[in-house]
Design a protein around this ligand. Structure first.
Ligand SMILES: NC(=O)c1ccc[n+]([C@@H]2O[C@H](COP(=O)([O-])OP(=O)(O)OC[C@H]3O[C@@H](n4cnc5c(N)ncnc54)[C@H](O)[C@@H]3O)[C@@H](O)[C@H]2O)c1
Ligand SMILES: [Fe+2]
Length: 375
């Protein structure tokens, strides 16, 4: 830690947050009399739509796949232009909630995705937005960011704007009971990665450190429990909070090299976002350790890795942690070819908005070394 004063930060949060078992029913109470609502979902999460208790005309668009791309966004926008909603509800994981943000902000205006990509370019939003999380991972319901895959470029487009923040966010652990163990594990590691990468970030901030600490501690406490027993309400609620805290970390501080190195695995190999982060996490944690030793030790202790670990032991313990959750941590087992790794490395290294946040400087060769270690 240096002794300079922290840089200033701005934190946006949903206008209203409801947490607890059964709270999905509060969406209708909050919304009151609504003319027209568009609920965005996946085929799996559309089953929860009745529990929203909405009045008026309710339309459902449930064709949002994981890791949504620009074509998905276009279809959802077309659905919204037909429905002309007063309220958009995102009922799903990060994939659905990210699309819901952009649909609510863009459906009735002239801006395209290309117009709003990057920070602070969304002109405004007239449609109300409620986010009901059904996974505990991205924390998208907490934040100002939406990520859409651009299939042509093979990269994620990030849109960041206070106009994407929800009017209402709901964390109802009962909605996550049906999340299968593999998705629970991957999304839980994603939440943990948001907290850890913000905590050990070059732009880390004491206020955000508080949320980050609560988040990775909850993951240490509850993730294995929720993977083992999906109906464990206490564990599920703990993870939803961890995910939300991670989402808060993303706004003012954001992630760093871990997420940058994970992105090509999502866009090129189509690995689920959380799994991609898990594969990379042990190696980045160990790489950064010399620069952020104290904070890394705190993370290691909270996740049960032990104390006074060498870089190698740290990486091994983090890999074991993920393997014990049932995650397959080897890139080759997911279809990666050794010949892919150099282009993945160039791609990840070029994501400067995240790489520049990393506490330790990382060259392209270092990134390649990490992919090779995870191969
Ligand atoms: N906005 C942000 O700040 C932010 C941060 C990190 C990641 N993301 C993005 O979020 C997306 C990933 O989101 P995710 O990890 O939540 O996964 P997801 O939304 O893609 O969902 C994963 C899978 O779980 C299923 N599922 C969702 N809820 C379920 C439930 N209750 N029961 C059973 N199955 C359920 C989905 O149908 C899907 O198949 C990626 O596109 C990623 O880039 C956004
Ligand atoms: Fe993430």
């Amino acid at each position: 830690m240096n002794d300079m004063a922290s840089a200033s930060i701005t934190l946006h949060q949903p206008r209203r947050l409801v947490v607890g078992a059964g709270t999905i029913a509060e969406v209708g109470i909050w919304a009151g009399e609504v003319g027209s609502t568009l609920v965005l979902a996946t085929p799996i999460t559309s089953g929860f739509a009745d529990r929203l208790q909405l009045t008026g005309k309710v339309s459902l668009f449930d064709a949002i796949p994981g890791e949504p791309d620009t074509a998905t966004l276009e279809h959802a926008l077309a659905a919204a232009r037909e429905v002309t909603p007063d309220l958009v509800v995102g009922l799903g994981g990060g994939s659905v909630m990210d699309v819901a943000k952009l649909v609510a902000a863009l459906w009735d205006g002239d801006q395209t995705l290309a117009d709003v990509a990057g920070p602070n370019r969304v002109a405004g939003r007239r449609t109300r937005l409620a986010q009901v999380a059904t996974t505990a991972g991205t924390g998208s319901e907490a934040g100002i960011r939406a990520l859409i895959t651009d299939e042509e470029k093979g990269a994620k487009v990030a849109v960041e704007s206070p106009h994407l923040i929800a009017d209402l966010a709901v964390l109802d652990p009962q909605l996550t009971f049906s999340v299968p163990p593999a998705v629970t594990a991957a999304t839980g590691v994603d939440a943990m990665a948001h907290c850890v990468e913000a905590f050990t970030n070059r732009r880390a901030h004491p206020m955000i450190d508080g949320f980050a600490r609560m988040g990775f501690r909850l993951v240490g406490q509850y993730l294995a429990r929720a993977v083992k027993d999906g109906g464990d309400t206490q564990a599920r609620e703990g993870l939803m909070l961890a995910s939300y805290y991670g989402g808060i970390c993303l706004g003012p501080v954001n992630t760093a090299a871990g997420h940058a190195i994970a992105y090509p695995l999502g866009t090129r190999l189509h690995l689920p976002h959380g799994l991609a982060n898990a594969i990379v996490f042990p190696h980045v944690l160990a790489f950064n350790e010399p620069v952020v030793a104290e904070k890394t030790a705190e993370v290691a202790e909270a996740l049960g890795f032990g104390t006074n670990l060498s870089q190698h032991a740290l990486s091994e313990a983090a890999q074991r942690f993920c393997q014990d959750l049932g995650l397959q941590m080897s890139l080759s087992a997911h279809g990666a070819k050794e010949g892919d790794l150099p282009s993945f490395s160039t791609e990840a290294h070029a994501i400067r908005r995240l790489m520049d946040n990393n506490p330790a400087d990382m060259q392209v060769e270092d990134v390649l070394g990490i992919y090779r270690a995870a191969f």
